[in-house]
Design a protein around this ligand. Structure first.
Ligand SMILES: [Zn+2]
Length: 268
């Protein structure tokens, strides 16, 4: 009986995802240990769908760049992991718990390390502000009820893990690719610009990425399909970043092109 109810509820989570939006005022009740369990289960699904790019030099580079940025985030104690995946899609995404993926497709489009840092910083921003945690939480509460969520927190870790594995393997990784609210995107952009400036990178690189992607909308619309569905590129968003940089007076002038160009050259 329990199994039937679970499957039924999962069906509703899956089909109601598109209508769920979260805001910065959503209280987070899901504890970090549970976020991590959701994240680890999702990570397994992601790596079934996306192949990790087979080059240790590239992986070490992205991980060390990501770690340097993450130290300055609002959640510096998460065990972040950063990966390049072999995909022509121009995309980057964040899995709850601190797992961040950047495609070879997007790296090939970028001009310098500051821009790559901007992409990573934006994804760290989504994790720091718990955007997909809020989404998962809302979806679970809307469909299972809040009691289910609190019960899930209270059960033995092993049992919880198997329940979470069931949920994630049924809904798949689609929730990572749902359109974030504009507010969440603004928030992730702010975080990204702030984080990269802490390392001396030009925070304007955030704008450079957006402008470049806007141009690609015409020349490579297929490769951008997934990215556009999750990260709406708009003049408003660029204006918002410009305004944020101006108000906060964050600065930086490092672009670090040389190192980045070497890494980019390794990507086929
Ligand atoms: Zn985003």
């Amino acid at each position: 009986m329990k199994k039937v109810v679970l499957t039924f509820i999962i069906y509703f989570i899956f089909f109601s995802c598109a209508t769920i939006t979260t805001t910065r005022y959503d209280p987070v009740i899901m504890p970090d240990f549970m976020e991590l369990q959701f994240g680890l289960s999702t990570k397994i699904q992601v790596e079934k769908q996306y192949k990790i790019y087979n080059d240790d030099v590239v992986q070490n580079y992205i991980n060390s760049l990501g770690q340097k940025i993450a130290i300055h985030s609002e959640r510096p104690n998460l065990n972040y992991e950063f990966y390049v995946v072999d995909s022509k899609e121009i995309n980057a995404f964040a899995v709850p718990g601190g797992f961040i993926y950047v495609t070879t497709g997007i790296i090939k489009e970028l001009d310098n390390e500051a821009q790559l840092a901007a992409v990573i910083g934006h994804e760290i921003g989504h994790i720091a502000k718990k955007h997909s945690v809020k989404f998962l939480q809302r979806a679970i509460i809307a469909n299972y009820g809040i009691e289910f969520l609190t019960n899930l927190m209270g059960i033995k870790s092993k049992n919880r893990k198997s329940e979470i594995t069931k949920i994630i393997s049924t809904i798949g990784i689609n929730f990572l690719f749902l359109k974030n609210s504009r507010e969440n995107e603004y928030e992730a952009d702010e975080q990204g610009a702030y984080l990269i400036s802490k390392l001396g990178y030009d925070p304007g690189a955030m704008i450079g990425v957006q402008e470049h992607l806007m141009k690609l909308r015409k020349s490579k619309p297929n490769a951008l399909e997934e990215f556009l569905s999750t990260h709406p590129i708009s003049e408003n968003r660029i204006e918002h970043i410009k305004e944020y940089i101006k108000i906060t007076n964050i600065k930086g002038d490092n672009l670090n092109s040389d190192n980045f160009i070497k890494i980019k050259g390794r990507i086929k």
